[in-house]
Ligand binder design. Structure first.
Ligand code: ADP
Ligand code: MG
Length: 419
């Protein structure tokens, strides 16, 4: 049944339209978006598809085909941040963010169905937010630019749902273009669509969803974020974006000196304290941690620049080793990987992949593998065999085909990209 048919069945009338917004994978630039840094996501063919209609009576009703729950009914003028509501907080948060920004949203009926795997690091949450934001912008004639949709969606997730994510996921879902990766500067949302036609190059980018999610993840994300902010304070910059790659040795040296003199230096000691407040899981003294986090962010920003240079020069294969380097940095410096993600990378590379890395927040979720098309099946089998040999749940593999960002669909479309 199409989402429009199901809408009709649930609410007893026709939706005004049907919209889709994709999930994404990030090619390179991880844990950089909350540091004003660079990222390079591409949209997946997997989408959240929503049938939507306006209401004039202040009622918001939302339903998902994917949860087994009934219709959530809420009053738009009593929407309050962090009030729970489970999955419905994502679309409700978008309504709240729109109204809080002064847009006159007077009620909504929404039914959605999504093929974006949830909690797999592929941004099912952003797909849900962005499809809601686009539908409401169009239905209410708000004419919001794509980056404004992304900002409102991020605000919904940060302030309403209560997840402190950066802007990458929402920008990817709102702004990606088929056949391209999105080079995004998260400081000013400056962006460039970079042609990324892997098939024409005889290449494939595999997504490997490990289907595990370690509980550690949420607190660790906040701790890495706090640690990066502490690093920026200790270095006297607003964000780590301002630390150029060429300045990295000097910055690390200053942080080491700060560690040595921490007892005497109030500012630096404050920074170390802030970073040390959470995350004993990550090991080392606060200053060790901050230095590792700074090194990851600065080198990963540089890896985005190197990737762009390689793609502009037509050397897509050259990106492979950069991906693997990025994984090592996430594993050893930021320490957000896990045995399953490391196993994808090691088994894929041992079987002849050009490079691989975890993508997204880590602690489970997904990895990406760049591989010659001719070797794709061999590498995929090697990854599956490696998981089987360790008695682990089989991961799910599918090709990342760079797809379109959020858009209006014809009425009876179903979600695409079923793996
Ligand atoms: P990710 O964005 O990486 O998939 P998140 O934890 O950020 O993981 O978001 C997952 C959450 O988004 C789910 O727990 C659920 O609340 C919501 N969500 C995503 N897709 C759907 C869907 N199809 N129906 C209902 N809720 C969904
Ligand atoms: Mg998410």
């Amino acid at each position: 049944m199409s989402v429009a048919e199901r809408f009709r069945e649930l609410y007893g009338y026709e939706p005004e339209g049907v919209w889709a917004a994709p999930g994404r994978v990030n090619l390179i630039g991880e844990y950089t978006d909350f540091n004003d840094g660079f990222v390079m996501p591409l949209a997946l063919p997997h989408t959240a598809v929503a049938a939507v209609a306006r209401r004039t009576d202040g009622v918001l009703r939302v339903h998902s085909a994917d949860t087994g729950q009934g219709v959530f009914e809420l009053a738009v003028d009593s929407l309050a941040p962090r009030s729970g509501a489970g999955w419905a907080a994502y679309p409700a948060g978008v309504v709240w963010a729109l109204r809080d920004a002064g847009h006159p949203v007077t009620g909504v009926d929404l039914h959605l169905s999504s093929t974006v795997p949830t909690g797999a690091g592929l941004s099912s949450s952003a797909a849900l937010e962005v499809v809601t934001a686009l539908a409401l912008s169009e239905l209410y004639g708000l004419g919001l630019p794509r980056e404004e949709l992304a900002r409102l969606a991020q605000r919904a997730e940060n302030a309403f749902v209560g997840v402190p994510c950066g802007i990458m996921d929402q920008m990817a879902s709102a702004c990606c273009v088929e056949g391209h990766a999105l080079h995004l500067d998260t400081r000013d949302l400056g962006r460039r669509q970079v042609p990324f036609d892997l098939a024409a190059q005889g290449l494939r980018l595999l997504v490997v969803d490990t289907r595990v999610k370690h509980a550690l993840g949420d607190g660790a994300y906040a701790e890495r974020r706090a640690g990066c902010e502490a690093g920026a304070r200790a270095l006297g910059v607003r964000t780590l974006r301002e630390v150029e790659y060429a300045q990295l040795p000097d910055a690390l040296g200053r942080l080491a000196a700060g560690a040595a003199g921490a007892a005497g230096a109030a500012g630096a000691a404050g920074a170390a304290g802030a970073a040390g407040a959470a995350g004993a899981a990550s090991g080392g003294t606060p200053y060790d941690r901050i230095r590792r986090y700074v090194r990851h962010v600065v080198t990963d920003n540089h890896r985005v620049e190197r990737t762009i240079a390689l793609l502009d020069a037509g050397d897509v294969r050259g990106v492979g080793p950069v991906l693997t380097e990025g994984h090592v940095s996430l594993r050893d410096d930021l320490r957000v990987s896990c045995p399953e993600l490391d196993l994808v990378v090691s088994s894929a590379n041992a079987a002849g992949a050009l490079g691989a890395r975890m993508t997204g927040g880590g602690f489970g979720g997904s990895a990406i593998v760049l591989v010659e098309s001719a070797d794709g099946d061999t590498v995929a089998k090697a990854v599956l065999d490696a998981f089987a040999a360790q008695g682990r749940t089989a991961p799910r593999l599918f090709p990342a085909v760079p797809s379109a960002g959020a858009r209006r669909l014809s009425r009876d479309a179903s979600p695409g990209g079923t793996p």
